[in-house]
Design a protein around this ligand. Structure first.
Ligand SMILES: Cc1ncc(C[n+]2csc(CCOP(=O)(O)OP(=O)(O)O)c2C)c(N)n1
Length: 596
């Protein structure tokens, strides 16, 4: 790549040595650099391309890292990483032992706050600003950069509301491109999209109503306009708000035109932008599509069925229902707490509500789950997507805590289907009406069954399955990790020694099956793709203890540490739950048993 300027920028200080008129060239090179790497190494694309000028302007104008820059979500921070000393290792982005795909404090002094989940930037930057003030420093700037989808979330409003009664030196920069991963939604989006570059929403300006000094909207790709706004705002004391209008995907035509696809497009041709062809023929479906398409099927015959997603219609495949039944399927924006309580409200009125939320994002709605749903025993159906290790998105996104955080909630059923057909059948069973709320957990990506659209069969709640008998040792697998366990069993020297059971439900447990297992086997191994602490294996352990079974129980799962990014296969291996590691464990245990 012909790079004239970028190759010499190893920190924002180098950037600041350039003349302002050179910045257009830096922007061009930075865009090319991002496109070049993401085209082959994959990752998030559109969001970073849209903030190239803003990123350069921020590091050029402010004295980072002394001035504190906080990115919201962080998937748009590739330019920031490249300009802050990580250009030469940027090709390791999202890879095992490489750079994280999101800002991360341990990675760089320029990453002032770790992100991945949205709408935290205003609170974090306000916290820093108040701390600076208490430390007697009122010169330091604290800058939150937040998107139009993220600012509509409850947490962001809480931050704005607090900031408005402080004198903190807080800048909130709204990067308004009218899209999150999918198009932004809600009344705020309607309000924002009325504001055109140069036309300030004068009447009832809701930001000014919150005591912020409001400036904009300006063209976020125009350096001159950005610097002019910075200069003016710098004179203002207290919280200030700059509204920028940008284009997601700016600089790559395909990414500008197909913003949803090019949010994270996979591999593509860097010159034409064309996606590289994928051969999806004869592949089994994604679990998300099993959910989305089954829901449409069920909704066709039952008009009480409702679907809800907080901002992930494409990712969760609720889009199918939104297309087919727009009145009964809701994208509520990045609002997990609202999504859960909205579902609870509908359930009080007899609606059969399927609320699909990624495991990692449901963490944000934990109180709503307990207080609004489970405590009132409202039969909301939670479809917990991206459960287990998710791969390249890393520590902020793995869905590994759900079994532990759900298991302690009274009234809640927790189902762990092991394949596409089991998922389909539990969705069907839940649609028939349950007495309790239920969490149905499934992973990112594809399973193994292509012929999955079979006739529905009702599932017995709380029932596990014996898959294979054995003479020495029993394995209990939880959910889709069953595939890894089966693979390990197939490679065992003496498979007849090992029994395999599928737990089926983490709550209620199949006590009859567990009694049978503990009466028969002196050694039991549980395998799950969630944290061991508080997880399904520990439920089995507690059951055995309560009933005075003395079998030795070994829990395999995610150890007590955060797991970074890598491919799912690599991470499973590190956590000891890949087929290979499971096999090693089985063999080790069998050897001990036979040499006793
Ligand atoms: C709490 C939470 N919910 C959902 C997501 C998934 N998510 C990642 S980016 C994104 C959209 C963000 O859009 P916006 O704030 O407009 O920023 P932009 O992409 O335009 O920079 C969503 C919904 C998330 N990261 N965190």
């Amino acid at each position: 790549m012909a790079s004239r300027l970028l190759q010499n920028i190893n920190s924002p200080e180098d950037l600041r040595k350039l003349d302002k008129q050179d910045l257009l060239q830096v922007a061009k090179e930075l865009r090319e650099f991002i496109i070049d790497i993401v085209a082959t190494k994959e990752g998030h694309l559109g969001a970073s391309l849209g903030v190239v000028e803003l990123t350069i302007a921020l590091h050029y104008y402010f004295k980072t890292p002394e001035d504190l820059l906080v990115w919201d979500v962080g998937h748009q921070a590739y330019g920031h990483k490249i300009l802050t000393g990580r250009r030469d290792i940027f090709e390791t982005n999202r890879k095992l032992n490489g750079l994280s795909g999101f800002p991360k404090r341990s990675e760089s002094i320029f990453d002032t706050f770790g992100v991945g989940h949205s709408s935290t930037s205003i609170s974090a930057a306000l916290g820093m600003a108040i701390a600076s003030k208490l430390n007697g420093n009122s010169e330091k700037n604290h800058i939150a950069v937040i998107g139009d989808a993220s600012i509509a979330s409850g947490m962001a409003f809480e931050g704005l509301n607090h900031a408005g009664v402080t004198k903190a030196n807080l800048w909130v920069i709204l990067n308004d491109n009218a899209i999150g991963i999918d198009p932004s939604v809600g009344a705020l989006k309607a309000y924002l999209s009325k504001s055109k570059i140069g036309v300030k929403p004068k009447q009832d300006n809701m930001i000014e109503a919150l005591n912020f000094h409001y400036s904009g909207p300006i063209d976020g790709h125009d350096f001159e306009a950005i610097f002019k706004a910075f200069e003016e705002l710098e004179k203002v004391k207290g919280p200030k708000f700059l509204h920028l209008i940008t284009k997601k995907g700016k600089g790559l035509q395909q990414a500008e035109e197909n913003q949803v696809t090019y949010h994270a497009p996979g591999k593509f041709d860097k010159t034409t932008g064309e996606l590289l062809p994928k051969n999806n023929e004869n592949l089994s479906p994604k679990f998300q599509d099993v959910f989305g398409l089954t829901l449409v099927e069920l909704a066709k015959t039952n008009e009480q069925i409702i679907g809800i997603t907080p901002a992930m219609p494409t990712g969760s495949s609720l889009k199918y229902m939104m297309n087919e039944f727009p009145d009964r399927a809701f994208d509520v924006g990045i609002a997990e707490q609202h999504a859960v309580t909205l579902a609870a409200g509908m359930a009080t009125q007899g609606k059969i509500v399927f609320c699909t939320i990624y495991s990692t994002f449901l963490q944000r709605a934990y109180d709503q789950l307990i207080h609004d749903v489970a405590l009132q025993n409202l039969p909301v159906i939670f479809c917990i997507d991206r459960a287990g290790l998710v791969g390249a998105d890393g520590a902020t996104h793995h869905g590994i805590f759900d079994l532990a955080y759900l298991r302690c909630i009274p009234n809640l059923i927790i189902a762990t289907p092991s394949n596409e057909i089991e998922l389909r059948n539990i969705l069907y069973t839940a649609s028939l009406g349950l007495e309790n709320p239920i969490a149905i957990r499934y992973p990112r990506g594809r399973g193994l069954i292509t012929d999955w659209q079979k006739d529905f069969q009702k599932v017995e709640i709380g029932k596990g399955k014996k898959l294979q008998s054995g003479s020495e040792l029993a394995i209990i697998s939880v959910g889709t990790i069953r595939t890894e366990v089966k693979e390990a069993l197939q490679q065992l020297q003496q498979p007849e020694k090992v029994a395999h059971y599928d737990l089926g439900f983490v709550k209620p447990l199949d006590e009859k099956m567990l009694v049978e297992i503990f009466q028969q086997y002196k050694t039991v191994i549980t395998v799950e793709d969630g944290v061991i602490s508080g997880g399904a294996g520990e439920a089995v352990l507690a059951f055995a203890n309560q009933h005075q079974f003395t079998s030795k129980i070994i829990n395999l799962g995610i150890p007590d540490q955060f797991i970074e990014q890598g491919t799912t296969a690599e991470l499973r291996d590190l956590a000891g739950i890949s087929a290979e590691r499971i096999l090693e464990k089985f063999e080790q245990v069998l050897t001990k048993l036979t040499t006793r």
